[in-house]
Design a protein around this ligand. Sequence first.
Ligand code: BGC
Length: 928
Amino acid sequence: MVLRIIRAFITVVVGCMLLFSSGMASQRSITELRTIDLQCENLTNPLGLDKLTPRFSWRLLAGDRGLMQQAYEIRVATDSMQLVEGKGNIWTSGKTMTDQSTYVPYDGPRLQTATKYYWQVRVYDNFGRISPWSDVAYWRMGLLNATDWKAEWIKQDPDLQTAEVTNPIFRHEFKSRKTIKSATAYVTSFGFYEAFINGQRIGDAYFTPGWTSYANRLQYQVYDVTTLVSSGNNAIGVMLGFGWYKSPLGWGARFNSEIKDREMALLFQLQLVYSDGSTEIIGSDERWKQHVGAIQHAEIYDGETNDARKEPKRWMMPGFNAAAWKPVMLAHHGKNMLVASESEPVRRREALKPREISQTAEGDWLIDFGQNMTGYVVVNVAGRRGDSIVVEHAEILDQQGNFYTTNLRTAKSKNVYVLAGDGEEQFYPHFTFHGFRYIRIKGLSAAPKVSDLTAFALYSDMGETGTFTSSHPLINQLQKNIVWGQKGNFLDVPTDCPQRDERLGWTGDAQVFGSTAAFNMNVHRFFVKWLKDLSLDQLENGSVPYVIPHVLDDSVSSGAAGWADAATIIPWQMYMAYGDKQILIDQYESMKGWVNYMNNQSTDFLWKPGSRQTADWLHYTPQHFLDAAAKSAFTSSHLIAQSFFAHSTSLLVKTAGLLGKQEDVVRYSDLLEQVRKAFVAEYVTSNGNLISESQTAYVLGLNFDLIPAEQVPGAVKRLVQNIEDYGGHLTTGFLGTPYLCSVLARYGHIDVAYKLLMNERYPSWLYPVTKGATTIWERWDGIRPDGTFQNPDMNSFNHYAYGAIGDWMYTTIAGIQSDSIAVGYKKSVIKPIPGGGLTFAKATLNTYYGQLVSDWRLTGEEFQLDVVIPPNTSSSIHLPATHAAQVTEGGKPIANRDDLHAVRVVGKETIIQVGAGSYRFTVKESAK
Ligand code: BGC
């Protein structure tokens, strides 16, 4: 009884406090307020930052509806114990009144090189609570000055190299005389490195130091290797491979011919801190030794040769007799181009076992892993010394079931393993990767067992953020294919494809897929890094190369409309998805450079590019000359160029506005007006017809707001008519496809958009799914309806571009969008539009504030929507109801509620503003 009275009293007091502190929810539950997921520069406990004002982010945790942060307090110290005791802060933010919980910049004394900092945060909320101080998080600064590098660049003596044996191994021994408190390794190389201490691999990242514009910058990685170093004797071993630095790149004859003069080199610095506080640096220098190891030769396209007989036994261990090894040579690269790593580490992710093992007529073994992917296969094998096995890779089997590699063009994608003959051996390549679903193994004396083969997917480990599911199995498979396409092609840079002699950072592909990518995974840092290389490789005149890093030839390979616009489009996509203005600040000059380039190339604001254009790449093409309508799938490359000229300019205007660059706002707004006028004068007839009667032409004109308002209805009609003329099919290529369904939805033709999405016949998104695709194909008809393959010169089965429909699936089917002002989902818009016969759809998205969920189902006339809105955010919920009285939340009417705000009916929608929390809305007799 007494307890009950006390409880009632507390409830009343807390209730009063709540009413007092905010005018919000009456139905909220009171839970403890905490802060979790502390991130510094969007990383958990990063090692090696070179930003002097790193930014902090955290999430609030509590189950209350309407939870908002009202203030934060951060403290930073160099000693974690002292921090917890609230002592020894080098900086504290003090109580700062704001609801900002992302990208709060450090503002204390100058951060010191190679120093570890600890930090905590606590927050105050709108219910008057203070969270406890968070768990301690940390970050370590990188080497901030070139002079902090005491190690020297080392390289192989070229005399030790032959055409067949190109890869060096380096080793060095050192003694630690005292007890080690901590050991930190700073490592980079020209070429790939894999490094070991006492035989144990340093870190779990692959293809380090990553791919950047090598002429301008090279990343180094920082590792905590305390547990690898022992007291007494220690050995460092490092293997180098060509990597992206020295592998021939580009299709056919290859483009980067200068690589023959390039030499791989290593820079390795180990900083030991002893328990008595003294320190010692062990660095690469002329005392290190070199030899050749098992890996004879490896390059990106052709694969790796590994002769296990050549591996000096225990060469990575202390005490190894290196008398026969030669001293290394010093290399003279300097240290000024070194930057702390921004790459999301490429890691081994999914492990797949064979789904089927069969023998070919020639006696080779054919293995199907059931999933097109990027990575490699680990093979366990036993045999005689000197026996060799060959592992080849393919994406697909031909109509007769044969291993098919013609579409890899000149890429051999083949690994050769020579056995040492000492029992069970394990092989996998170290300095190459493959795009494959099938492998063929030659040289095995007996059938391989399932347990002997494991395929590992390798990709930038960005963390999956989004999921999408629906009542339609083929759409669900499409989503899986989109995600696997992303995994297969986000390998340190966004590549077009992972298998043939290309695998390059094609700008156009990246921009069409950027916003879809940002739903599926956290691509924030991935694109921040790549965009920096884009600006560095941008030409003097502002033109942007086809591929980044730029490994092609300047004269023929830049300035393609829709490709070069990656310079403006991707920064904007990332800003919208993650709310990080810094991307716009960093990329601003590059964005402007590209717009200026187009302007400089144009005559009277009309840009008709002279350079090679890729136009609406791989749009539908007629199979037959009688296919008269097919000519209407072609879009003038000049019309496309003008459309993107306008689009990039409009993004620049918005960016200039956000960054407070008023002069530029005026200047580029004027330019935009002229560019639009020129578009209309040149490409739009007085009835709203475009000179290219294609879906892409109308989609671009409408999506980029280039068609005058009075002509829009006519243009929309033409677009819908065109789709009908093609029997309800899309005909768009890379550039029209991403916007097709959203333009149809925007102009009231959601039914047509769904029709396109649900279409299972070629050309359509689901057609490849019906053909068993497990990734997105480069072409709508990689496998033609008659079962034959498209032209092998351009027929990848793992190209993510057409997966750009994923954005529409998240934003329109599931209805998750960010508010366009409170970007990065600080405020979300949940606006699902059911259709296409779907009875349910659900998407989840891990934002920087927490998980956002939109989950709807249709039962007869009843529409039910479950949403979860993360703490410290708000949302605008759009429901298909023409009267608020049709709607309930949690089984109760929505009128006069403290937790539901500003209910209004606009057209066929009821719109409700909500704060954080979980809600269930039900609409009776929903308006469809
Ligand atoms: C690539 C594409 C790219 C295109 C542009 C191709 O070879 O694979 O994805 O965008 O070239 O020309």
